[in-house]
Design a binder for this molecule. Structure first.
Ligand code: NOJ
Length: 488
């Protein structure tokens, strides 16, 4: 748990803190009985430092084959300096020096993330073979798909040349061109290998990559026909609440992914990013995924929630798959005042306590009741991150019977998205509805209108669903789904 579980010491087991393999099997069975499918997260760029491969590598010493699964290298300047200038996604350099068996400082090992997450060397045939078995282990158990963590990190330019990072550079992978430790072509060999394994299974097994790369064109390389099926869309996640930028991202995504025959995906929040209720309530509404700095500043949560609800209707009307992050259906804001002693994200320590990291979007969900732990766990038990006492009105129980709640909006939108055939199959066609208004059709009888301007705009079709009150006009920061002939 050095990085919220992204440091795995046994790929074929469940951490006892969360249960057992029998629990995982029961979860899969229950989900499948309900028509739900389950995707597991495969963290294959790095293991935990507690993985037996890594402990054996450290113990073996320089030159021994156990070190070949990882990147152990001698340092520069007589060993004192790291082997190159590569940087960690969590701040600081990407190398840590080990103590060898004789107690002296020895070689360095590479970690794209925290020091507790040593990178595997995917050029090592043993690593490839062992992960084939890991993949099969989970696919055999009946998981419906795999999320590929940190996919662009899984190949490095041979010889590990300097990247030319400036002193103090941040891990802004969306700006990098020709970087030697990110989005290197060799990654695609691994993905093709995995696709072949997935294709050997019955059913619809899905791969989705996490790839924060430069643009839609680079992203499309991860979803070529013999690679992954889909990839998360960080251009959409990071886009500010601006009609022009959103429309450009939507068009670029559909076009670039369409060129390789892959469906688009859409996502507004994740466990790595400031929740969009909070983001959209600030002066700067974009996100900074992948190490980019974003300005903070005062937040208007009412405005943020209004926009978040409109954004949900925009997202769920787009062609392709949508990823919802737990809690956005409750309209949860980022928890920005977690006490410092509660913070767990490695970013907090590695930034010298200047960046609080991602814990604020990971606070456990409020289910019921009027005080923490809000039904998330037994009363009196403190979850690993404290919930704000003010969340009573946001619990599932509190929103359940309220047709104006965010939970009711998401449920209605998901229901319509499934029941309207055009939302599954019809392409998107833009419709002109004025400055700072996004309006598009999906087939002849469905239109989505999103008002990002400062003024109300007229709407003339029967309203299927709206993100806020509207009668004849759509107020600012509101979206509506319209149906029927009035949409023409
Ligand atoms: C991406 C995951 O989404 C993030 O939470 C994690 O810290 C890194 N990969 C490292 O595994």
């Amino acid at each position: 748990m050095a990085d919220g579980g992204y440091d795995v010491s046994d790929y074929c087991a469940i951490d006892p803190r969360f249960g057992t393999l029998a629990d995982a099997d029961a979860l899969l069975a229950d989900a499948h009985a309900l028509g739900l499918r389950v995707i597991v997260d495969l963290v294959a760029n790095h293991t935990s430092e507690q993985h037996p491969w890594f402990t054996a590598a450290v113990a073996a010493g320089p030159g021994f084959p156990e070190r070949r699964r990882y990147f152990f290298r001698d340092g520069r300047a007589g060993g004192e300096e790291p082997p190159n200038d590569w940087i960690s996604a969590f701040g600081g350099r990407a190398w840590t020096r080990v103590r060898e068996a004789d107690g002296r400082p020895g070689q360095w090992y590479l970690h794209t993330f925290a020091p507790q997450q040593p990178d595997l060397d995917w050029d090592d045939p043993g690593v490839r073979e062992e992960f084939d078995a890991v993949l099969r282990f989970w696919l055999d158990r009946g998981v419906d798909g795999i999320r590929v963590d940190a996919a662009p990190a899984m190949a490095k330019v041979p010889g590990l040349p300097d990247a030319g990072h400036a002193p103090g550079a941040r891990f802004e992978s969306r700006t990098w061109v020709g970087n030697p430790h990110w989005d290197v072509d060799g990654v695609h060999d691994v993905l093709r290998r995995w696709r072949l394994i997935g294709d050997g299974y019955d059913g619809d097994r899905l791969f989705v990559t996490e790839a924060v790369v430069r643009d839609a064109e680079r992203l499309s390389r991860y979803v070529r026909p013999d690679e992954m099926h889909t990839s998360f869309n960080f251009d959409y996640l990071t886009a500010p609440w601006e009609a022009g930028r959103l429309r450009a991202v939507i068009d670029e995504s559909i076009a670039a992914l369409g060129r390789v025959g892959a469906p688009a995906t859409w996502v507004l929040s994740s466990h790595d990013e400031t929740r969009h209720v909070t983001r959209f309530g600030r002066a700067y509404t974009g996100a900074g995924f992948g190490g980019a700095a974003v300005p903070g500043g005062p937040v208007d949560l009412d405005l943020g929630l209004r926009r978040a609800r409109a954004a949900a209707l925009l997202t769920l009307a787009l062609p392709g798959s949508a990823y919802l992050y737990q809690g956005e259906e409750l309209g949860l804001p980022e928890v920005e005042d977690l006490p410092e002693e509660a913070l767990q994200d490695p970013t907090w320590e590695r930034s010298g306590h200047t960046e609080r990291g991602r814990d604020g979007c990971r606070v456990p969900l409020p289910w019921s009741g009027d005080r923490p732990p809000f039904g998330f766990t037994a009363d009196g038990v403190v979850p690993w991150l404290p919930q704000p006492p003010g969340w009573a009105a946001l619990t599932v129980a509190a929103q359940q019977g309220d047709p104006a709640s965010t939970l009711a909006l998401y449920r209605a939108a998901l229901h319509l998205r499934r029941s309207l055939a055009d939302l599954r199959t019809a392409p998107l066609t833009w419709h002109s509805a004025g400055d700072d208004v996004l309006a598009f059709d999906r087939g002849p009888a469905f239109r989505c209108v999103v008002n990002l301007s400062a003024h109300p705009v007229p709407i003339d079709g029967p309203v299927l669903l709206a993100s806020g009150p509207c009668a004849g006009t759509l107020p600012p920061d509101t979206a509506a789904w319209l149906s029927g002939p009035g949409t023409r």
